[in-house]
Write a protein that binds this ligand. Sequence first.
Ligand SMILES: Nc1ncnc2c1ncn2[C@@H]1O[C@H](COP(=O)(O)OP(=O)(O)OP(=O)(O)O)[C@@H](O)[C@H]1O
Ligand SMILES: [Mg+2]
Length: 238
Amino acid sequence: MKEYALAKTQNVQKANELLEYLQKRPKTEMVGLGLIYGEPGLGKSRFARQAAIQNDYIYFRLEATMTAKSFTGRLLERIYYHFGMPKIGVRGTANEIFHRSLEILKNFENTIIVIDEIDYAFKNKKILGSIRDIVDETLSIVVLVGMADAKEKLLSADVHYFDRCNFFCEFKSLQTDDLILLCDAVCDINVDKTVIRHIAKKTKGNIRKFIKSLYSLESLAEKQNIQMIKPEHIAIMQ
Ligand SMILES: Nc1ncnc2c1ncn2[C@@H]1O[C@H](COP(=O)(O)OP(=O)(O)OP(=O)(O)O)[C@@H](O)[C@H]1O
Ligand SMILES: [Mg+2]
């Protein structure tokens, strides 16, 4: 199974449109802020990480224990790493560290930063405020990635600001066509469409369970030297 493949599902296509829209926005009129949100396991983080690797975006994941100070430090480290700069000056007050990040981002226009697990910032207004400062004071594009209720939470955290969020993209349940694309992208062997539908029905739209079942089938097929999993194999394998 290919761990780093990214299938071009409907969700992925919509998220790519979000980025394209933000990149083409009239920069003097609009800030570069977007939000991807949705139920668990729909591929939000997968998109965020893989799109960042493929397109040279900065991927940054918030953590449950992050404080405003650790946020600024980790962000500056990520920025140094991204631009291949020596790791200097990750010391000082949170404000001093944050200003170093801002200065670099001002010099590198149109940097794209994807911030995953934005939900952790809803409890920490300083982190949310710093993200707001990045989009206000630089021409960077910031794409936030969060849970299903992230849109409401973002708006209620600071309605005057976050109603300026210029693109909201909800990740929706994957349909059969998406699951076929997913199998093509991640499986090392071929899987018949009827088998894909069968697993999809059994796992009831839960993508993590779907991938797990697929992985088990794939391992068994490899052991039995089967190149394409067909409906008749399922009974043999179970
Ligand atoms: N477009 C895709 N290409 C390849 N694999 C995908 C894709 N979308 C989802 N997956 C699979 O689904 C799993 C769950 O996706 P992911 O962890 O990105 O979900 P999430 O939306 O971030 O969930 P959560 O809200 O719980 O963080 C991934 O590990 C991957 O196996
Ligand atoms: Mg995630």
